[in-house]
Write a protein that binds this ligand. Structure first.
Ligand code: PLP
Length: 464
């Protein structure tokens, strides 16, 4: 059975989670078999019910388990052949309204908490880096990014996101736009069609179209990308946000992740995994990456510092699959790194000294508070007239309004007249009629009180 080590550093629930997950992935726990009851297993392991419940909930959230009312938890059916090797065109869409810099209330989904940038620590790390980099400041630096930073990113990704890679696979970039641009240039000789999520993030559509790719919109359901539609498309590359779908917030269950990996392996196709805000999950632990399920597969992993630290720093990274670094170095042999060495070294120091992990935990607590305040305010003011989608993670939720309120353009205009910035959901639609009864409500930039006031004003303005 399962063994829990009370002296280990890993929390008990995480130990249990790992052991059950390993047995599911290796087929030792078979599909549809019932897991012991929470109470039964807790008694058997002499541990608390909380421990067992937390591990079950985590496995449930990732799709390893499903539940039946009053019957308990069961093992999901996975395609084991696709499992990890023994564990080891429509015209461009509407452009975004240019927002004035200051609104009274700003619901833009990319806003961060303005008071939480770690100024003092950052200044200290920056000044130390400056002092220590006299020689390097006279050079161009490593074209793939500072090796100290890549080493920190590698170990962070391994311990927190389950991404397994070598430092040589990591490229430091100045944002997702550049990461995607690199991928498009690198792969465009052999690939011409990129599948994107619809609704989904607009940037990949734009970057790949600008590189003469055809973009194939694939619908998104409650379990993420529609894999049958993907298979029917001509795409040989797929951009996905599996751990927190943008914008709807769903998690791609592990069975679908394995099928997606199988799709990629059926003919040298590539998955572009955008893991942009997966640190921010407010119940249970973050969903592990897709890359970690098949570290040797054709998965290009894209990460960013924009959600936890600052979007203005413009620092991101990509992890190339093991097969690509030689081609990358050949293709970009004359290019230099676009991110400032001092900024790179500052982040590396920040991570090395343990500030990053503490900062992630701090930001998770701050954003959970804001997230809860927003949900409470929506419930208080909109009640039955709105539904919230995609709650529990990230920096935004989707507000689904009752149709009586009016069209997206009118509602945005009326809100703007009251000093409220809203982000149109329609820009996330890659094709078809955009759903005008939905809005992205970002909560990162406002305090709990401001969120309450903003939602109250929104309801009042729209109800007139
Ligand atoms: C889906 C998604 N991916 C990635 C990013 C991060 O992009 P960048 O690293 O360029 O700031 C964002 C930012 O809003 C996003 O919404």
């Amino acid at each position: 059975m399962f063994v829990l080590n009370h002296d280990a550093q890993l929390p008990l629930y995480a130990q249990l989670y790992r052991q059950i997950k390993e047995r599911i992935l290796t087929g030792k726990l078979t599909a549809n078999s019932r897991l012991p009851s929470v109470r039964g297993l807790a008694a058997e392991l002499s541990t608390s019910r909380n421990t067992v419940e937390s591990s079950y909930l985590e496995l449930f959230a990732e799709g390893y388990l499903y539940s039946k009312p009053r019957s308990g938890y069961f093992v999901s059916a996975l395609d084991h052949d696709a499992g990890p090797a023994a564990c080891a065109d429509r015209p461009p869409g509407p452009s975004l309204p240019k927002a004035p810099l200051r609104y009274r209330y700003d619901f833009h989904p990319a806003r961060l908490d303005p008071k939480s940038f770690p100024m003092t620590l950052w200044r200290r790390c920056f000044l130390d880096s400056l002092r220590e980099s006299a020689i390097e400041l006279a050079h161009y630096g490593d074209p793939q990014g500072d090796s100290g930073l890549r080493s920190q990113i590698r170990s962070y990704l391994e311990r927190s996101r389950g991404v397994l890679c070598e430092q040589e696979q990591i490229v430091v970039c100045s944002g997702l736009q550049q990461s995607l641009d690199i991928v498009a240039r690198l792969l465009k000789d052999a690939h011409s069609v990129l599948a994107v999520e619809s609704p989904g993030y607009f940037l990949p559509r734009s970057v790949f179209r600008n590189q003469s790719f055809e973009v194939a919109p694939i619908p998104v359901g409650a379990q993420g990308l529609d894999l049958d539609a993907l298979k029917r498309s001509h795409a040989t590359m797929a951009y996905v946000t599996p751990s927190h779908q943008f914008p709807l917030g769903c998690v791609m269950p592990v069975a679908n992740r394995l099928k997606l990996i199988e799709w990629a392996e059926s003919g040298a196709k590539f998955i572009l995994e955008d893991d942009y805000d997966s640190e921010l999950r407010y119940h249970g632990k973050p969903i592990p990456s897709l890359q970690g399920l098949r570290p040797g597969g054709n998965i290009i992993y894209l990460g960013s510092f924009s959600k936890i630290l600052s979007p203005a720093l413009r620092i991101s990274y990509l992890v190339l699959p093991r097969s690509l670094p030689p081609a990358y170095r050949g293709f970009f042999r004359d290019y230099v790194c676009t991110v400032s060495l001092l900024e790179q070294r500052t982040i590396a120091k920040f991570m090395e000294q343990g500030h990053w992990d503490r900062h992630v935990r701090r930001m998770r607590t701050i954003y959970k508070h804001k997230h809860d305040a927003l949900l409470l305010a929506i419930d208080r003011h909109f009640g039955e007239e709105a539904t919230v989608l995609g709650q529990g993670a990230g920096l935004h939720v989707v507000l689904q309004l009752s149709p009586r309120f009016g069209s997206e353009a009118q509602l945005i205009e009326r809100a703007r007249n009251q000093g409220i910035n809203l982000f149109p959901f329609s820009v996330t639609a890659a094709e078809g009629e955009p759903d005008s009864s939905r809005f992205l409500l970002g909560f990162g930039g406002m305090s709990g009180d401001e969120l309450e006031q903003a939602v109250a004003l929104l309801f009042k303005t729209w109800s007139r």
